[in-house]
Ligand binder design. Sequence first.
Ligand code: SF4
Length: 179
Amino acid sequence: MAKPKVATTHMAGCFGCHMSLLDIDERLIQLIELVDFDKSPIDDIKRFTGPVDVGIIEGGCSSQENYEVLKMFRKYCKVLVAVGECALTGGIPAMRNTVPLKECLEEAYLKGPSVVGGVIPNDPDIPLMLDKVYPVHEVVKIDYFIPGCPPPADAFWQVLTALLAGKEPVITYEALKYD
Ligand code: SF4
């Protein structure tokens, strides 16, 4: 029987949530026995090979490319899980939301103290920045949220194994407390 499929993506974030997922350590062997990974930076599969059971989203929606990836994940994934504060709230990248995009770009590429003869990048291959960084639930419907920066490995494990068993995920207090 075919195994359930899991896809993951990284958007405006730091990859720390993916690192935390890998932090389930030896349970990775169990996970690989339970599921096949589809599109994900973990296996470097770039395109969906078909419908996926669980999609995991790290990072906020900061660019046109992020927006399109999110829409694609919603289309292909039966269940979509947002992980980490960047996905849930915009996180650190959303600090730019307090400054108009034009000013952000000018400061980074034209006026910053270390810039000499700068230019604002405008190559068509570079994804267009959105006016601000959006939490992912403002762009597509999200089924489950795992908070944390990053969420602990145990929280990933508890949610994933519950979903794969067809159960409602419950994250224990120990996996959600932040001292
Ligand atoms: S939530 Fe934290 S760990 Fe995850 S991508 Fe954002 S900054 Fe990195």
